[in-house]
Design a protein around this ligand. Structure first.
Ligand code: PNW
Length: 450
């Protein structure tokens, strides 16, 4: 690609991302109710090592220190999620004032530090009480979500202008309802289809509420998109990849932005769609949030819910030291292509709301944490993003996942994604070499020289 791409546009947003359950801890404090992830952590085999988010990074008490770390890095924006069970312990009905107060403190402190808050309403922590009423498989869930969204919009909308409805629709629905890698760990085609449709309805209702209640809101939804490649090129694996591509990449953005489901899903989901639903889902949004890590590989696996399973990356893609550290194929060209595909298919400005890489980073004898594999990953992915921008992709911002090492869902605390290392015994924070690299990139980009 071009040797010297043009400078980043004025106003390009540089940020870091986190989510509530992964960092807050204080799981039973100040009136927070249980979520489906608290339950999953207490289910045998649910999470590696039996790890839980009970304490996590203790961000609930240490948020001021974490904001100071962000300020030190020079980030302009922070994407976090609001914890539904902290705000509404049973999901609906009685409001928990102490939970609402926490996000007031967080938001006010961010604004004082000159960091723009980007709030996401849902990052996978459904209140357990709502799951007990049927969860996302119940059509009532769209209304529960809209009421929760309205409460948040009224409370924080004076200070928070950037809102996302959901984080990674397809990860939590597919892994929650078809491939049991996430809460609630169900494997059922009908429940999966119903969850897809109801989450889409909830998104549409959430957009309407935010639009009505937050003056000058800039509203988006956050989609994971990763090209799906057949593990080996057989007709069965090609069909597996095509169906997984629908479930992973298309069943949320297509109806939300283009107004219809992709073909295989359209037929299967028909019995769950009521008149007027497609218009309720396709509410105009302002930006497309993209979370991207690496390509995924599909193979036929007849015993699975949908007949497909996760394939392995070809040895050539999976064997570098960096990709062993991350646990997946490193393939920045796929990122460039996703950005271009999204620009063409959805015609919305894009914000990269997550990109980053895991590892088992540990402090050296002197206490420093060196993470060259993360710097190498972020460098090549930033270069790919600039190439996409030079080719016409309208990218407005970039957020690294994640500020802190945190509770990595089913993988527990073993897989570390932070720019800042967290010692989970002492909770001490240590910026890694990558956080200094990112601070330099931001400085240079702002000066027009990156
Ligand atoms: C995202 N996959 O999840 C989430 O938004 C974060 O909460 C998470 O910590 C981060 O990525 C790192 O994993 C994903 O299997 C989980 O391809 C799984 C996949 C992709 C994203």
């Amino acid at each position: 690609m071009s040797a010297t791409p043009p400078p980043y546009p004025q106003g390009f947003v540089w940020g870091v991302s986190t989510s509530a359950y992964q960092i807050e801890g204080a799981a039973a404090e100040d009136g927070r109710g249980p979520s489906i992830w608290d339950t999953r952590c207490r289910t045998a085999g649910g999470v590696v090592n039996g790890d839980t988010g009970d304490v996590a990074c203790d961000h609930y008490h240490r948020y001021a220190e974490d904001i100071a770390l962000m300020k030190g890095m020079g980030v302009g924006a922070y994407r976090f999620s609001l914890s539904w069970p902290r705000i509404l312990p049973r999901g609906r009905g009685a409001v928990n004032d102490k939970g609402l107060d926490f996000y007031d403190r967080l938001i006010d402190r961010l604004l004082e530090a000159g960091i723009e808050p980007w709030a996401c309403l849902y990052h996978w922590d459904l209140p357990q009480a709502l799951h007990d009423l049927g969860g996302w498989a119940s059509r009532d869930s769209a209304g529960w979500f809209a009421d929760y969204a309205a409460l948040c919009a009224r409370r924080y909308g004076d200070r928070v202008k950037r809102w996302a409805t959901f984080n990674e629709f397809s990860v939590f629905t597919l892994f929650g309802y078809a491939i049991p890698w996430a809460a609630p760990g169900i494997t059922d085609r009908v429940q999966h289809l119903r969850a897809i449709h109801h989450v889409n309805l909830a998104h549409g209702a959430g957009v309407d509420v935010l639009r009505a209640l937050v003056p000058q809101a800039s509203i988006g939804a956050i989609h994971n998109r990763q090209v799906v490649v057949p593990e080996t090129d057989t007709p069965e694996n090609r069909e597996a990849a095509a169906l997984l591509d629908e479930h992973w990449n298309l069943v949320f953005p297509d109806p939300q932005i283009r107004g219809h489901y992709p073909p295989r899903t359209a037929e299967a989901i028909e019995p769950h769609v009521q008149p007027g639903d497609m218009a309720r889902i396709a509410r105009p949004v302002d930006w497309f949030g993209l979370n991207h890590y690496g390509p995924i590989f599909a193979k036929t696996e007849p015993e699975r819910t949908w007949g497909y399973g996760w394939g392995n990356a070809p040895a050539a893609a999976a064997n570098s030291e960096a990709s062993r550290a991350v646990g997946w194929a490193i393939f920045p060209d796929a990122f460039r292509e996703e950005l271009l595909t999204i620009s063409r298919r959805y015609r919305l400005p894009i914000v990269v709301t997550e990109n980053g890489c895991g590892g088992s980073d540990a402090p050296d004898a002197g206490g420093a944490v060196d993470d060259p594999h993360r710097i190498a990953y972020l460098k090549t992915y930033n270069a790919a993003m600039r190439d996409a921008m030079a080719l016409g992709a309208d990218v407005r911002g970039y957020f690294v996942w994640s500020l802190l090492d945190n509770f990595e869902w089913g993988n527990g605390y073993g897989q570390r994604f932070g720019l800042v290392h967290v010692d989970f015994k002492t909770l001490k924070r240590t910026p890694k070499a990558s956080s200094r690299w990112y601070a330099d990139l931001i400085r240079q980009a702002r000066a027009g020289g990156a």
